[in-house]
Write a protein that binds this ligand. Structure first.
Ligand SMILES: [Zn+2]
Length: 56
């Protein structure tokens, strides 16, 4: 189960969401220098939502 602790990107102009799935391609595309732990109060990204619905 690829669920991970919530994280988000602080990159300017990045989508205003957080990720919590290691299978999320959008989350995986976050460069390490922009990756921060936590949700930052942002909603979960659509791709992570889909993965969660699929039980992934
Ligand atoms: Zn995501």
């Amino acid at each position: 189960m690829p669920k991970v602790a919530p994280f988000h990107s602080v990159k300017p102009n990045a989508s205003n969401v957080h990720h919590d799935n290691s299978a999320c391609t959008e989350g995986n595309n976050i460069e390490s220098q922009y990756k921060r732990a936590g949700t930052a109060g942002r909603p979960r990204c659509d791709h992570c939502n889909r993965l969660a619905q699929q039980g992934a």
